[in-house]
Design a protein around this ligand. Structure first.
Ligand SMILES: *Cc1c(COP(=O)(O)O)cnc(C)c1O
Length: 466
């Protein structure tokens, strides 16, 4: 989470008045950064906190985030009912543990895990899921090396420079060398030959992304696996793949059922996905599944017994509410395969409609069109347009649209794009309203290129990594 610093301003801006309509006393004050001496009535506290939060953005107009911003009232009710169940306490809440187990089974089935011993768990999101997947790769590599009497000093992980920040975290925290294959003009993600070329006997695995947070494109898991097969066939290292399917794990099974990216590829050892992205659950819940128990080293698994009973667990945190897992199971039950397919297809229809219109709009060029994830990125191709994607992102904010502008990672740092993520609830009406605003604002900016203050792009650039 964001790091926050203690503010020492002598307290002169610490206290504010509560709206007099909410209070009985003539005047009631709330200290902002120290705990109040006395409490207040629940409705007063509720009003005060709500008033603060109206400054947050309107989630439905947020085209930046991949994360669920709307669930049905029935799902909200279920979540409220489950907030007090501690996920880790499998003995007191065996039925919540049972629902988690069913979700793992449903996902393992959706991702074509071979019959036998697929194993998985829920997490707080894909970041934790990736951390667990990466740890399993690291531990297994160490076991292989130790068994061969080789050194375990310099592990590396191969991935594209377009990976989500969680993989950089994994490498930093576990002291694994990140081997990032840079993007090139015309290649916006990792491909097979480039991945295999980076692998050596110290490679713990290759991360393939389905799909890229940068532009929504899928990395070719089959091609990457094929190149790694050739490498192993030549007597090179036998490198496993982890698929980071944070978004695609809940899209590809429904929209691209013919695509072979999951456990059908024998080299794929583990897969993660975010339940709170296209899994359609409020944050935060993620999932990770290993092809077989053998892909998950025993000494990473802890058996906790002091809550009564004994349950194997693999997680970074301990206590967590059971409400997201119940909500995930609710969605599976409520929508079924056909329901998920229709929801995701509706997103894709809107994404393709929008990208098609934008491609015809003039100064824009698509870098992806939403035909893989319902996500697309576009840039200003006309050098003489007189404004940048950062200017556009800023003016669109005036109407409430949150559309992040950012530069691509190495080696395409000169390419600046806008990205649109279409989620459930963003229908054709909103899409057309957005397109009208985009058309209007780009015309205005072109006519008055200097009317808008250049903004500090840093604040916007880092908005993409949701
Ligand atoms: C969003 C995302 C993550 C991080 O997922 P959280 O669920 O937000 O922790 C990791 N990888 C990819 C490809 C993502 O899109």
């Amino acid at each position: 989470m964001a790091l926050h610093r203690k503010i020492d301003d002598g307290g002169d801006r610490n206290e504010v008045d509560v709206n007099p309509v909410y209070v009985q006393l003539a005047r009631e004050r709330v200290p902002r950064r120290t705990m109040p001496q006395r409490g207040m009535l629940p409705d007063t506290a509720l009003q005060v906190v709500r008033d603060e939060l109206i400054l947050d953005g309107n989630a439905r107009l947020n085209l930046a985030t991949f994360v669920t911003t709307w669930m049905e009232p029935q799902a909200r009710r279920l979540m409220a009912e489950c907030l007090d169940k501690n996920m880790i306490d499998k003995d007191e809440y065996p039925q919540t543990a049972e629902l988690e187990s069913r979700c793992v089974n449903i996902l393992a089935d959706l991702w074509h895990a071979p019959a036998g011993s697929a194993t998985g768990c829920s997490t707080t999101g894909s970041s934790e899921a990736c951390m667990l997947g990466g740890m399993a790769l690291l531990w297994r590599w160490r076991q292989r090396r130790q068994a061969a009497g080789a050194g375990v000093g310099q592990p590396n992980l191969v991935m594209g420079s377009n990976v989500q920040v969680c993989w950089e975290k994994f490498c930093r925290y576990w002291q694994v060398e990140p081997r990032m294959v840079p993007m090139e003009p015309g290649r916006l993600h990792l491909r097979g030959p480039q991945a295999a070329a980076q692998c050596d006997e110290n490679t713990i695995g290759v991360v393939a992304i389905l799909g890229s947070t940068m532009d929504g494109s899928y990395e070719p898991v089959g091609e990457i696996s094929g190149e790694l097969d050739l490498l192993a066939g030549r007597g090179g290292p036998d490198v496993p793949i982890h698929v980071d399917a944070a978004s695609g794990g809940f899209i590809a099974p429904f929209l691209q059922p013919q695509l072979v990216w999951d456990f059908q590829v024998p080299r794929v050892a583990s897969i993660n996905a975010s339940g709170h992205k296209y899994g359609l659950v409020y944050p935060g819940v993620g999932w990770v599944v290993w092809r077989a128990a053998a892909a998950l080293p025993e000494d990473l698994v802890f058996k906790v017994n002091y809550l009564g009973g004994e349950m194997p667990t693999f997680a970074l945190n301990f206590s967590r509410s059971g409400s997201n897992v119940a909500a995930q199971y609710y969605n599976f039950l409520r929508l079924g395969f056909e329901g998920y397919r229709r929801v995701q297809q509706a997103c894709q229809d809107v994404a393709l409609h929008m990208s098609g219109q934008i491609a015809r709009m003039g100064p824009f060029e698509l870098l992806s069109d939403g035909s893989e994830l319902p996500v697309f990125a576009f840039r200003i191709s006309d050098e003489s347009a007189g404004y940048t994607v950062f200017d556009l992102s800023e003016v669109l904010r005036e109407r409430g649209w949150l559309v992040p502008a950012y530069t691509f990672p190495a080696n395409l740092q000169d390419t600046a794009v806008l990205r649109v993520v279409v989620r459930n609830g963003f229908g054709m009406n909103l899409a057309d309203a957005f397109l009208a605003d985009l058309r209007r604002y780009s015309r205005t900016l072109a006519a008055h290129p200097h009317s808008h203050m250049p903004l500090a792009p840093e604040s916007v650039r880092h908005g993409f990594a949701h």
